[in-house]
Design a protein around this ligand. Sequence first.
Ligand code: BGP
Length: 454
Amino acid sequence: MSNFPEAFLWGASTSAYQVEGAWAEDGKGPSVQDIKEIPQGTTDFKVASDHYHRYEEDVKLFKELGLKAYRFSISWSRVMPDGKVNPAGLAFYQKLIDLLLENEIQPIVTVFHFDLPVAIAEEGGWENRATIQAFADYCQVLFENFGQQVPLWQTINEQNVMALAGSVIGTSQKSMKEKFQENHHMLVAQALVTQQFHAGNFSGRIGPAPNIASVYPASEKPADQLAALYMSALRNWLFLDAAVFGTYNHNAWHLLETIGAAPTVTEADRKILAAGTCDYIALNYYNTMTVSSYFQKETKLDQQSGFGIPGFFQAVENTHLPMTEFGWPIDPEGFRFTLNEIYSRYRLPLLITENGIGAKDVLTTDGKIHDDYRIDYLQQHIEQMALAIDDGVDVIGYCPWSAIDLVSTHEGIAKRYGFIYVNSTDEQLLDLARYKKDSFYWYQNVIDKNGLGE
Ligand code: BGP
């Protein structure tokens, strides 16, 4: 098992709406996450982990953990609540970035992570072409203020999940035709800001951050293999071909045309897409998917479950894989497979920006959290990532989800991912005190040794 490259970025991730709280403070405007219907029995995002007020304590813990990088997102509605810059919002991120750099932690910034400003949503959101320019204006403010300090940028977190599971994430509840038209606008916006970033001659790199899951055929039947080809094209390659090649993947386009969901694409759009191709690929990996040829079946939809498209594929359970307590498959070898599949298609550096296990961690009376299941999950995935690097995949960093406990997209704070426990529950805010989990000390050692040793 190879040791990791010397400059390997051992990091960890969060997102603004899930960790910051201060949902209406210092001029921040509401995002769609602040006004969506919160699932019964789960907490909202108004306080979350209160990182907005406790970021200095948190960065100190990240430093103790030994992080080389911290992947976080910037809240669009904190920086530009209604199309104008909110200086206090910008100032918060300047302080955070300065503090990270002072602690020799590289800031990795996602500019948009599920939290569209309500002011934009009220104008039609991504369905409205004007949002493309609004996004470009917002990104330009970030590039001008932080472009010299941030080495790695991501444009849109999990655009594929917003298109395919938006109703669960609370970002879009529309028809396939409407979703893939707004998705097209997001692809154009991504390409436009990528061009803008390159025009600024910043030293950093910019790329997309989709949630990629390789797709297995349920059997050796040719029909199942074809089903896997189409599910992967729609869920994965539509998004990465657009970001890397500046074009639509032909299988994905054929599927969208067949189901009447192909977007309207102007000649100007094609030019922007072709000119705005990325420098690297950030990807979130939780598990692989398995499909058979289509049959009528209801599936529980979330970002890690599959679904069915009549005539093309139907997601099925992979009985060879264990599941988390939240029903997500655990497939470390699938991580190696997915990394190889992406790299063999695109030959660009890969940064893993999310990977982790959500679990109902328990805080003991003596302030410990024995999350050996998280150590086991991460150890297995790091082992497979090392094998992918041995295979020849250019992996530049690994940022598990999440640096610190935060609020899940739709399953509350009880679904914990962090190396650091936050003392709060879905029922009660509590004191939000921070506690280092067993996995904190384990990951600290992995970083210190630059790998798993042996
Ligand atoms: C990804 C999102 C993250 C995070 C993660 C865990 O889809 O990019 O924001 O939420 O999933 O999912 P959940 O919070 O639903 O458990």
